[in-house]
Design a protein around this ligand. Structure first.
Ligand code: SF4
Length: 360
């Protein structure tokens, strides 16, 4: 009887693929069955790559236990797994055992292979604040790694590590109160402007608020990425219109914008609430996250959720936008205005529903 196939379309190779710098023998071997379009010889050692949800490919070493032809002229190959790519041991083991990895959320930003051979690992730095000990530790890890670190737009630090550092980097960061940051399916680094350090902050302190918000929601899983930014005045230094949840200081309180995104298709966030006192921000953000968790589809950023919710209502009214969009014809501004207007209308209708549901 053929074992149930855990993985389809696996190409088994005779020699290491070179994806992993090290294939680590596992303590307790286990078996899995894969589908391959070529037969495999019993007893032979094989290697194959597995695409991972972190966007990389992990390497596996295995021994062929048996191989049989299936009804659709493929081969079901049962393998004893003997060694795994040192960077992704637990993730690979889960996938090979057919276990759900949906619970592996958030996906942590650790060991992401770069084109220069280094393994990028993200350091969570709410508001981009690091103390002297943390900077010293980052310098030490960097010195032992690729020799340089990278700052990101989201106020995070990217460490560029050697493979041997991946086992110890979490503990090293923890020793100075730092943590690996989120890559996907969770709350990204909470960004903030200079807050009370800036004399334009109108009595607000977005910097301290970001640190408190991070404590409340760090590590929380989400259907996809949630980016949060706090700017304490209308100068909007942290681009609060361009993130999933953006706070913008206004007369000593915050206006809250949602559904912004600054990627290939960019949308300005839409105003959900205004005049939120600082002490009410964290409970409100938690309610928004809960609403997203209950309403979003898997892999959906907030702007897409809003658009999906408002789509059918906008469809009925979109003809009214045709003449407005036509005015942009021949302007060559690099934007499809008809699509932008229709999608903004849909997101706006979605926002109205979100507002009523979050308000409760
Ligand atoms: S957003 Fe306003 S308060 Fe914050 S740093 Fe910029 S100018 Fe200062």
């Amino acid at each position: 009887m053929t074992n149930s196939i855990v993985l389809e379309d696996i190409m088994l190779e005779d020699i290491p693929l070179g994806l992993a710098d090290e294939l680590k023998d596992i303590d307790v071997s286990f078996t899995t069955t894969v589908a391959s379009d070529e037969a495999a010889e019993t007893g032979k050692t094989v290697f194959f790559g597995l695409p991972l949800p972190v966007g990389d490919v992990g390497e596996v070493k295995a021994r062929v236990l048996f191989c049989e032809k299936t009804e659709n002229d493929n081969f079901a190959v049962t393998l004893e797994i003997v060694a795994l790519d040192i960077r992704y041991i637990s993730l690979l083991a889960k996938i090979l055992k057919g276990e759900s990895i949906a619970e592996e959320r958030p996906l942590w930003g650790i060991g992401l292979k770069q084109t220069n051979g280094a393994y990028a690992s993200i350091v969570n730095c709410p508001a981009g604040v690091l103390n002297a000990d943390q900077l010293a530790k980052i310098a030490e890890i960097t010195r032992n790694g690729a020799g340089v670190a990278k700052l990101t737009h989201a106020q995070r630090v990217i460490l560029l590590l050697k493979p041997a550092q991946l086992d110890t980097v979490r503990a090293e960061l923890k020793s100075v109160g730092l943590r690996i940051g989120v890559l996907h399916h969770g709350i990204r680094n909470v960004r903030a402007c200079c807050g009370a350090l800036c004399n334009l902050s109108q009595g607000l302190d977005g910097l301290s608020l970001a640190l408190e918000l991070d404590k409340a929601i760090f590590g929380r899983a989400a259907k996809f990425d949630v980016k949060i930014a706090i700017s304490d005045c209308s100068r909007n230094c942290l681009e609060s219109f361009c993130v999933d949840i953006g706070l913008l200081g206004n007369n000593g309180a915050y206006d809250v914008y949602v559904g912004g995104i600054s990627s290939s298709v960019h949308f300005k966030g839409l105003k959900l609430f205004e005049g939120i006192r600082p002490e009410k921000v964290i409970p409100l953000v938690e309610r928004i996250l809960e609403w997203c968790e209950n309403t979003a589809q898997d892999g959906e950023r907030l702007h897409k959720t809003l658009e999906r919710l408002g789509f059918s209502e906008a469809e009925k009214k979109k003809e009214a936008l045709v003449s407005a969009a036509a005015m942009f014809e021949h302007t060559d501004i690099g934007d499809d205005m008809r699509s932008r207007l229709e999608r903004t209308l849909a997101r706006s209708f979605g926002l109205v529903r979100m507002r009523s549901e979050v308000r409760g």
